[in-house]
Design a protein around this ligand. Sequence first.
Ligand SMILES: [Ca+2]
Length: 497
Amino acid sequence: MNRTDIPDSNAGRHRVSILSGRRPDAAHWDGVQLCRLESRRNGRQECLRYGMSACSHRGAVAGRQNGIPFRVISACFALVYFGVGSLTAETSNPTLQAQFDESERNPVGHAKEWITNIVVHTPEYRADIQGDVTVSFRASGMSHVRASCWQQPTAKEPSPWGHDSVIIPAIPLDEQGEGKFVFPADQYPHGPLTVRIHARGEGQKQDICQLQLYNKGGVRWKEGIPKTNPPAAQGMKLVFADDFNGRLSISHDGKGARYQSHKTGGGDFSGWGFGNLEDGTNPFGQVDTYLRIRAAKRTDGKGSTGLLSSANEERGGFYAAAPAYFECRFLAQSAPGTWPAFWLLSKGSLNKPNLHGTDELDIIEAYGGLGWGNPNFPGYAVTSHYWGQKDSAGKPKKDDSLAAGVPMLELGGKSSWSTTFHTYGLLLTETDTVYYCDDIEVFRHPSGSISKTEPFWFLINYAIGGISGWKIDLERYKNASDMYVDFVRVYAGGKRL
Ligand SMILES: [Ca+2]
């Protein structure tokens, strides 16, 4: 047994040693399974098992593992085991790290490489967590794994957008593909979060498991309706706000409630049907100041999920006309079939018959899933539709050009709709229709004729499959998935209809 002492990087409080069955050296280190991590804390020795991979310290150990050279520049698992925030980890294999990065940023280019592989043993999917949480998983046949989670600004990473935090770097797995790591949840945002476990194997096969968790501890960051008004709503008045910090008021037809749980006027579109608060299909939950929409298969084998419409079947409810600004903040999961959206419909569409047509403004439509047969794009879509309308030549009005894919991995903090919360907004004026992501303008076009005059209602939903045409496969996640809505608010030019 050899001992490799790691220099104490936290001034006398911790001392970390690696005990290995074979002395690590520059040529080879295969003592991973024999590896043991010890610490001395305040003069007491603690022994901590370390069962997954290499750990060393700057200058202490460089080596090669499974043919992959590495040099860990700080004691990453000291961070994991002791929760010492000042310690981070990297491997010295930039090629491997770059491969992980590139495939997350360009899933389309790797469409045929994605498979469903990773199985998380603990904690349970969608579990409440706090403190140090052991995440154990299996990635059969995969050779390397990395785990990440979006983190609020820290002293080392002060970007106000937050940043992608590597929990474990790209490290080798054993032959069985079993692995575990400790996720120090107290160092990450309070509330809903997504731990991304990304594994790669031979032949470029790879998988990302999005482990949805709810952090009961952690750091409160950007929660709730901001105290400031959105820049795009300058000069307008707040006419609607819901921070989802109280009992949800919703019913199947919207009567006597703030929201309706189906598309007003008919036409539900989700493969897993939109459920109702008042019966056994209820998808809605209240957690702190979040609305949780849980898509789930019921015991009868059918799936339920949720929609909020601000209109109701009595032509009442909430509407706003130009000039107006609509905004919603949410987080959802990217998995085959998930289809979160925040969108608007013009009120005239509720007329029977609808002689004037309908404007539909899709502020965000996101399609989940990776791999062949799934959408694969890491961003989301904004679209303006002009249904049932004719142009000056008497031909159906085309809306083909009124759509854009938003490359959100290149905007602002460069994170996905499934990685962390974002706000999605739309400014509607009598001249322009402008789409926003986190207050960044992402698309603009002249307003349609109906958009200039008619009031709109809004819809927030977590559709699963359905008319999107994309397949549903949530088996890996035990046939459930969560969308968390933080708030919705609407501003208008003082004119409420
Ligand atoms: Ca809230």
